[in-house]
Design a binder for this molecule. Structure first.
Ligand SMILES: C[S@@+](CC[C@H](N)C(=O)[O-])C[C@H]1O[C@@H](n2cnc3c(N)ncnc32)[C@H](O)[C@@H]1O
Length: 277
């Protein structure tokens, strides 16, 4: 593996015997920032579900469409929770295409993601990279505030949590975490979520989740449409509501009729803000 921190570098506190969500996803997307354990898991996953690389690409494409839409609506602040390894088109680049001056805070708990992102994005004053775990909301809030103070919580913020929450176990109360997050967002703010579900091939999806959970540092939790919808609370879902990633406002070609990740964009309605932190 070639790392941003140089050959031979190993992540602080992070072993490489188990696969990691960031590196598995990187390999599925054709990236080079992965280890043997990640690649081996991907090959085993692909034997069960051969279209997983397409699922990963469709997720990135959904994220790009959602960010473009929100930036086009005037949102200038983005908080990318569980941002993953840098890829060929990152959120700040997509946002910049749709309007000047976007500020982006990238957050991940994987030290390898942090090392790569910092090496790549160090010179951009509108971008901060923060090491934090979204399962610890108090620390997350403090870490984001300390990470350059780029976000003004009195103005709309788009919170991106794509292909991340399925790595948060029920025991860590993802619904409670999301409720706390929503309460901090100003009217006009957005939640962009994609999440693994049983999808079109439920038996294969269940085997993928099982294998992932045994071979990876995080479990993979499939959730129902109702459970994913609950993460949006009273935020208003933009058309078409919750849909498979490829079917959420597709461009160009007719989207495939199958899907594995449910996706949506919810907007905090005006005049319903409970409390300003
Ligand atoms: C499959 S990648 C998704 C990357 C990006 N969000 C996307 O949609 O393209 C999942 C990322 O979430 C991160 N992640 C998982 N659990 C996390 C947690 N509790 N706190 C912060 N990041 C987390 C992983 O390290 C990984 O980088």
């Amino acid at each position: 593996m070639v790392t941003a921190a140089g050959p031979g570098w190993t992540p602080p506190g992070g072993g490489t015997d188990l696969a990691s969500p960031a590196r598995v996803y990187d390999y599925l997307l054709g990236g080079k920032d992965n280890y043997a354990a990640d690649r081996e898991l991907v090959h085993r996953l692909l034997a069960i579900q051969p279209d997983l690389s397409a699922v990963a690409r469709e997720n990135r494409a959904f994220l790009a469409r959602a960010v473009g839409l929100l930036a086009g609506r005037g949102v200038r602040q983005f908080l990318d929770l569980g941002c993953g390894l840098p890829t060929h088109e990152n959120v700040h680049q997509i946002a910049a295409r749709h309007g000047p001056g976007a500020r982006v805070v990238y957050v991940d708990h994987d030290p390898i993601v942090l090392a790569h992102a910092r090496a790549l994005l160090a010179d951009d004053g509108n971008v901060a990279i923060v090491h934090s775990d979204l399962r610890k909301p108090d620390e997350l809030r403090a870490d984001v505030a300390a990470g350059g103070g780029l976000l003004d919580w009195t103005e709309p913020v788009a919170v991106l949590i794509t292909a991340v929450l399925h790595f948060v176990a029920d025991a860590d109360d993802p619904a409670g975490i999301l409720a706390g997050l929503r309460a901090e967002l100003a009217p006009g703010s957005a939640l962009v979520i994609s999440h693994a579900t049983a999808g079109t091939f439920p038996a294969e999806a269940a085997r993928v989740a099982e294998l992932y959970t045994t071979a990876c540092v995080s479990p993979l939790v499939l959730r129902t449409r109702e459970e994913v919808a609950e993460f949006f609370g009273d935020f208003e879902l933009l058309d078409p509501g919750l849909a498979f990633t490829a079917q959420w406002r597709p461009r160009g070609e007719r989207p495939p009729p199958r899907g594995q990740l449910l996706a949506g964009v919810g907007i905090r309605p005006p005049d319903r803000r409970d409390a300003v932190p």
